[in-house]
Design a binder for this molecule. Structure first.
Ligand code: DAH
Length: 338
């Protein structure tokens, strides 16, 4: 018998152990190989016919085989020895199950990527509570006293002066009341509005706010350069931005910010409704009234602010057609994003 034959026998024997389905079959295997007249003792007897130089290797191989086979038999026999507990017995013969790998949620990804991008421009991440007061969420942001956004129908009021923040802008107020300029922060977080859920609305969503305030002049051009840099880093080097005049109570002048459509590169397609542009953010120069509310001297400070929906960026970037997919935790959807 050659070493190759020996190996074949070894594989065959271990295979027979593996496929044995009951204790009797296993015992047959044991007798066939390890019994007094079995294959292993017979091979041992052939040792004398092996060339003396090959004997040590051959001998070792037979011993190894014998040991492995004994171990395999012992391990397998445990399956049959134990009385099966009803229902709960662990079946060692079942094939293993691969754990499915998770993936980072698109909202977390956008937040982390945004923090990294703005971080390169010197912005740090600030945080504020979901439960806010009226001053921070509305008054100090120069919202007129009877503005409709304060209504029960738009805002979740918890008490007379307690509400779920409708925007991340109140973190601007917190930062400025607590810190002297310069301030250079972004603040991602949850926001809440009494919206009926559909493909593009959710009562709970996320925004990312930015605020830059300095005692040196800061202009709309700085704001535009900052958002243009963000657009390119986030959406690709082809991305551009444009400003359209708008109104927000806390900025003057105010703009709406569009990114060039990343799908058609501005040519016009279904995603951008043939306009070549996608509306992304609100922004503007911080209104002097806001500086007054936080105790900054309005003539001595300059600043810009911006805010956008994180879901919107995620949906555009990853081609997600329905905002609800972001909250349902359907593994089939999350696996697509890996
Ligand atoms: N808070 C605004 C909203 O929820 C977004 C926004 C607009 C934030 C302009 C800003 C800004 O900081 O300057 O619609």
């Amino acid at each position: 018998m050659t070493l190759a034959d020996l190996e074949k026998q070894q594989i065959k024997s271990l295979n027979e152990v593996a496929v044995a389905t009951d204790a009797a079959a296993l015992e047959q295997v044991r007798i066939h190989y390890l019994g007094r007249n079995g294959v292993v003792p017979a091979v041992m007897k052939q040792m004398k016919d092996v060339a003396p130089a090959d004997r040590p290797v051959f001998g070792k191989s037979v011993n190894k085989w014998s040991n492995e086979l004994k171990q395999a038999l012992a391990a397998k026999s445990q399956l049959f020895d134990k009385p099966k507990k009803s229902g709960s017995a662990f079946d060692y013969t079942l094939p293993g199950r691969w754990p499915t790998a998770g993936s980072k949620h698109p909202i977390s990804r956008v937040i982390e990527e945004s923090a990294a991008i703005f971080g390169k421009l010197g912005f740090t991440v600030a945080d504020g509570p979901d439960i806010e007061n009226k001053f921070n969420n509305f008054t100090a942001l120069n919202t007129p006293a009877h503005h409709p956004s304060m209504n029960e129908s738009d805002t979740f009021w918890l008490a007379e002066d307690q509400l779920l923040r409708t925007q991340t802008s109140p973190v601007q107020i917190r930062m400025m009341t607590e810190h002297k300029p310069p301030v250079r922060i972004i603040t991602p977080g949850r926001t809440y509005r009494r919206d009926t859920t559909d493909a593009t609305h959710s009562a709970n969503f996320h925004q990312l706010e930015g605020l830059y305030v300095d005692t040196k002049p800061v202009s709309l051009a700085d704001l535009k350069a900052t958002l243009a840099y963000y657009a390119k880093e986030m959406m690709g080097s082809e991305a551009g931005v444009r400003f359209r005049p708008h109104f927000f109570p806390f900025t003057e002048p105010s703009v709406e910010v569009d990114f060039s459509c990343h799908v058609c590169a501005g040519k016009g397609c279904r995603v951008c409704k043939m306009s070549g542009w996608i509306e992304i953010a609100g922004a503007g120069m911080v209104d002097p009234r806001v500086f007054e509310f936080v105790g900054y001297p309005p003539e001595e400070v300059y600043g810009y602010a911006f805010g956008f929906g994180i879901e919107r960026i995620a949906m555009i970037k990853y081609g997600i057609p329905d905002i609800r997919w972001l909250y349902e935790n359907d593994v089939r959807f999350l696996e697509q994003l890996r």
